[in-house]
Each structure stands twice: as C-alpha cells, then as structure tokens.
Design a protein around this ligand. Sequence first.
Ligand SMILES: Cc1ncc(COP(=O)(O)O)c(C=O)c1O
Length: 411
Amino acid sequence: MPGHKGKAPSNAPDLQGAYAWDITEISGADSLFEASGILRAAEQQTAELYGSGSVCYSAGGSTLCIQAMLAKMKAEHRHVIAARTVHRAFLNACVLLGLEVTWVRPRSGSLIAGQYAAEDFAAALEKTDGAACVYVTSPDYCGNLQDLRGLAAVCRRFGARLLVDNAHGAHLAFLEEKLHPMQCGADFCCDSFHKMLPSLTGAAVLHSAEDCGAEMKQYMQLFGSTSPSYLILQSIEAATEWLRQGGGEEVRHCAERSAVLRASLPQYHFAGNDPLHVTIKADGNALADELRMQGVECEYADSTCLVLLLSPVMEEGDFQRLYTALSRCEPKPPAVPPPLPSAPEQVLSMREAALSAWVSVPVGEAVGRICGMVQVPCPPAVPLIVSGERITEEWVGLMRFYGIGNMICVL
Ligand SMILES: Cc1ncc(COP(=O)(O)O)c(C=O)c1O
C-alpha cells in the first residue's frame, strides 16, 4: 500500500505532486497512533510552539479530537456541562459515547452564536454531584470569543476540567493579546488547522495542558481510521514550521489589515471579537449574492448576518479586492429572529433518540414529535433542537426562520 505507488492515474496528472507524498506507515515514517519517530517529533514541535503539555495530530479534523476529549471525560466519569452553541461533531460524539449533557444557554446573541456568563457555569457545577467538565465553543462560527480565563477560574474552583472547541481558533496563539485556549487555562482544546491556517482539509490538532499525548492517542484510535492521511499530517507539520518561521507575524498582519478593513467600511455593522472572522450584521443572503457577483465567496450567510473568513496567507491585493467588493455592495438591514423559546423538554437520552427508528418530516409536521438524529446544514452545523428533545411550535418557528426544511424525528 498505497495502491497508487506514488503515481497519479494518467487521467489526473495535476494530482501527481500530492500522490508522490501520499505515503503510509513504511519504515521510518512512524505510525500516528503509536508515534515515536518523526510524527512524535513533529507533534512535539507543535506543542512547543503553542506551549501545550502535548499535541496529537489528527487527519480526521477537530471532529476526531472532540471524540477523543469526550472519551477521556467518560473514562474519568465526569459529567459534561456544555454551552448550548455546539457543533454537530460534539453531539455525535455524545451519542457514540452515551454521554448526557447539562446545557447552559446563552445570555445574549442566538443559538448559533451566543455570549455566556461564567456564573451560569458555576451554578451548573454547583448542582452537579461528582466530577464534571465544562465544554464551550470559542470562537463560534461568527467569531465570538468567550471569557475563557474567567471560565478556567470557575472550573479550577470546582475541580472541573475545561474543554474548548477551538476549531475556529488555531491562529489565536499568535495575536498580540494571547487568546488561545491553552494560553487561557483550558485543559484540552481542538484546533482545525485547515480552517484558519495553511493546512489541508481534515488537518487538526488536539492540545492537552498535561503531557498525556500517548493516552489521548488511545482515545483517538477508537474513532479514527487506521489509515490516517500522511498528506494531511505533513500539512500540519508544514503549517507549524511556517508559523515558526514568520507565519505568526503574518497572523498579526492579517489582524491589523482586518482592523483597517473594518474602519474603512463605516456603512457596515461588524460583530464578533476575533479579528479573522469578519461578521457583518445585515441581510447576509442578499449580501452574499452581491459579493458572489464580484467574485467573493463568503463562508456563511443567513438573513441575519454574513461571515467572511480571513487568512494569514491573504495578500494586500486580496484585501484590496475584498474592500472594493464590499464598498460596492448596499447592505440591507438584518432580519430579526423570533425570541428564543424556553428550553425544550428532554424526553429521551440523546443516544436513545439518535439511534431509534426514525422518519424525516417537513418541520411543520414535526410539532409534538421528538428529535431523532440531528440533521442541520453545515455550515454552521449548530442545531437548534438536539436528539431526544420535544419539538414545539415555537421551535418550529425558529427553524423556519433559519431555513430548516425537514427534521428527523423518532418514529
Ligand atoms: C465549531 C466547530 N467545531 C467543530 C467542527 C468540526 O471540525 P472539523 O471539520 O475539523 O472536523 C467545526 C466544523 O465546521 C466547527 O465549525
């Protein structure tokens, strides 16, 4: 293996460069889940760069890292308290591991992007018997950063671990103000290198505050393919080296250019506090169409906002093009979402509901039914109702607002 023997098929000569580097666990190439050679050394370089106790590479995105973090929590018999703005990857991991979750709802914002109060996690921890952990997504899809230092202090007070879905924040360690979860006191976090840094799709790392990489690999191999892509792994090592040799400076540059871009477009209302997520409060769908006509593709749009993802590899000309395109658009006011309904009733466990016999129904016919498998469009893949919860009229109203057409319900 591999069957291609380093040669792209004759009908795809453009892929030859990639095929040549697509190796497997041959002698000297190490083995991801039992790394002791070049992969281990590369992981150590990344850990050193971020100041983490250990780093595990993932060719299965942050999804695999989230599965591993939660498997570790299960092994430690910790109850999971989570900020409700979670990606589907978290919910799927809970289903696979049979974890039940205590939800903390946002104080403001929406269920896709919200702001949370550390006291609400403290209150949930106070009510929890036994060991616990807190799981938050920061930054969220719209670039909202949570107060991780405050949360870490709360977690320390209760002996709880802090887990952060930092899929959107691999760049944060290189900003002037150190905002990466590992710099703010988290115990574990995942970074999708492929989202914010120059790495291939699927590239991610799992950071641990302690030196427990070998143990975390055992949890990763529970879920990951036995054939992780070396191309993807090499792209993590390459991005690490790039960051070490001036890429960090490029991240800061990108943040500065982002500030200039925002300041020179006073007709726009920007939201979020991560510089690389440019979130515009406007009718995002209309704005996305206008931008697309000028050759700019956004990351995400709905009727309330539009998200543009900046990258440190963008050059001055790219920023100029973006500025020109945005200055030619005429943003329309954002739609106002219906108020957040009261917390839905949990009728079945997430696992029971997700693994039940199911039927897909138009949302209008879902009232009164129980949500089965979570099915949400990606991006942002943040569900409004999760497996096992009763769907009410108000929640259906919110789903219609976000353009969700069908739901998978328990039969
Ligand atoms: C907040 C968040 N967490 C986790 C993930 C999963 O990351 P990956 O695609 O690297 O597996 C995503 C992907 O979009 C995400 O947006």
